[in-house]
Ligand binder design. Structure first.
Ligand SMILES: Nc1ncnc2c1ncn2[C@@H]1O[C@H](COP(=O)(O)OP(=O)(O)OP(=O)(O)O)[C@@H](O)[C@H]1O
Length: 495
């Protein structure tokens, strides 16, 4: 990808959004930030925060927008929208009022709609939960961040992934093509439905993970990261007594406290990185957490970056508000460099084609050595066929269960919990769940006989990388059939 000269020192743009609270107010002056007051609508929030970033992205710059703040202060509300705002009936109602989409939609879906006027995009969604990264577009499969201490992608992954330890990449994330409003809605339904959320004393729908939606434009290869950070929290305030679960060994496991501890650790790592960048310190501890590795390019690379710090007017959260404003001040001193990427050309296509060919050859070699796994040919035909048929049935029932759950969420959002349709879908959900339990039992029993071998990790990574390259080629305007080349491992299906 060709680059034009760097424009030095682009300060991170800091915005503060205030969540209203009746009778509440902020502790003192906010400071010299762009402020989105408690009356600010979703549309005004977008108009304040996003236009300059969106324009830069469309001109070929990498951009990042992240939201930071105390739990329940409005991060997800600002970036994506309030709970259930992606229910399909709301889209229909907005259409009847002559709107393109519901007024409640947040910055990301509005920005995506703007980008789509210029052409298609590809998107991926990562969730960072308990310091591990998961692919929300592929059944929450765990993916590795290259350069992390846990796994070096250089050991498994395709050669074209950067081996430079100074740059971190997520290996083999699933890409989804966005072409229209329906695609944006589908993406948001997946994010909404698969993110780890819990209800606690401060927020009914609290995100227990950081969520990074990345959209890429094929014209330049430029990326825009939309980052919804999990909320900082004081465990004593947010922890409700019903959050204790007994695990199978009989130990009492405080999952919520463990999650909160992990969230706070990663946010502390982020604050340390930002403090080091603000002081222009020679050492910046990006490696301290998966989150900071993933945000390295956004904070210290070629990227135009903005942050929305969300705070509450509620007097009982004053201490957290003061702390969040301190974070906002730190961010103001961080500068990135912004380089405009040039439109891609035929040379890029040739390069990607070569990489694809190389990868296909490596996949063939792995297949020849049995790396693709599969059914053990030494077993009788009927056993092999029976196993594969059960595997297929399990996938079908998992698909049906997901559709059922999506339909139930829609009906709930439309307040149709008393309808016959809701009852029918609930019954179907129970049926699908019982089928899944039965099939899992059968598969676990037959797997232990050795009839099935899982594909190797390098094979899975290379296959995912092949799909990414096919998407890239398609986005560059090449006629290429993007193959659904995921390997759904049995381990994933049975988990
Ligand atoms: N500016 C706002 N105006 C009106 N309602 C808001 C505003 N900000 C947040 N809310 C509402 O407050 C609730 C909590 O907001 P949200 O889930 O976005 O918080 P969060 O910061 O993402 O929390 P967490 O870190 O726990 O995930 C939601 O019901 C949301 O719609």
């Amino acid at each position: 990808m060709s680059k034009s000269p760097r424009k030095p020192g682009f300060a991170v743009q800091v915005n503060v959004r205030v969540k209203p609270c009746e009778g509440g107010s902020l502790p003192g002056e906010i400071g010299s930030f762009r402020t989105l007051g408690s009356e600010c609508s979703q549309e005004s929030a977008f108009d304040t925060v996003a236009p300059a970033l969106c324009e830069s992205f469309l001109q070929g710059c990498n951009c990042t927008l992240f939201v930071y703040g105390q739990t329940g202060s409005g991060k997800t509300h600002t970036l994506f929208g309030p709970p259930s705002c992606f229910a399909r009936h709301l889209l229909h109602e907005a259409g009847q009022e002559g709107q393109d989409f519901p007024a409640a939609w947040g910055v990301f879906p509005r920005a995506a709609m703007q980008f789509l006027r210029q052409g298609p995009l590809t998107a991926s969604v990562a969730e960072v939960y308990m310091n591990n990264c998961f692919d929300l577009l592929n059944n929450r499969n765990q993916v590795q961040v290259a350069g992390s201490k846990k796994c070096s992608i250089a050991a498994h992954g395709p050669e074209f992934f950067s081996k430079e330890m100074s740059s971190f990449k997520v290996a083999g994330q699933t890409q989804m093509t966005l072409q229209n409003l329906q695609d944006v809605l589908s993406l948001m339904s997946i994010v909404d439905g698969s993110r780890t959320t819990k209800s606690h004393a401060i927020n009914d729908r609290s995100s227990r993970s950081h969520c990074i939606v990345t959209v890429t434009t094929p014209r330049t290869g430029g990326k825009f990261l939309f980052v919804d950070l999990a909320g900082s929290e004081r465990i004593a305030k947010s922890l409700a007594p019903d959050n204790f679960l007994a695990n199978s060994a009989g130990h009492v496991l405080d999952i919520r406290a463990e999650e909160a501890k992990n969230i706070n650790l990663s946010l502390t790592a982020l604050a340390r990185v930002i403090a080091a960048l603000a002081k222009s310190s020679p050492f910046v501890p990006f490696r301290d957490s998966v989150l900071t590795m993933m945000l390295k390019d956004s904070l210290a690379g070629n990227c135009r970056t903005a942050v929305v710090v969300t705070v509450s007017e509620d007097p009982q959260h004053q201490e957290e508000t003061i702390s969040s404003l301190g974070f906002a001040r730190l961010c103001q001193s961080v500068k990135t460099e912004v380089t405009q990427l040039k439109a891609r050309d035929a040379g890029d296509v040739v390069k990607v084609r070569q990489q694809l060919q190389q990868l296909e050859q490596q996949l063939a070699e792995l297949e020849a050595k049995g790396g693709a796994g599969g059914v053990n040919p030494s077993f009788p035909k009927t056993t092999r066929e029976g196993f594969v048929a059960n595997q297929r049935k399990l996938m079908e029932h998992i698909g049906n269960l997901r559709s059922c759950q999506a339909a139930l969420t829609e009906l709930k959002a439309a307040k149709k919990e008393d309808s016959a349709e809701f009852l029918e879908k609930s019954q179907q959900r129970s049926y699908e769940e019982s089928q899944i339990t039965n099939l899992k039992g059968i598969l676990i029993r037959s797997q232990s006989t050795g009839v099935w071998k899982e594909p190797s990790k390098p094979y899975i990574y290379k296959l995912a990388a092949k799909r990414e390259l096919q998407h890239e080629l398609a986005a560059l305007g090449e006629h290429v059939q993007v193959q659904d080349s995921f390997v759904m491992t049995l381990k994933d299906l049975l988990s």
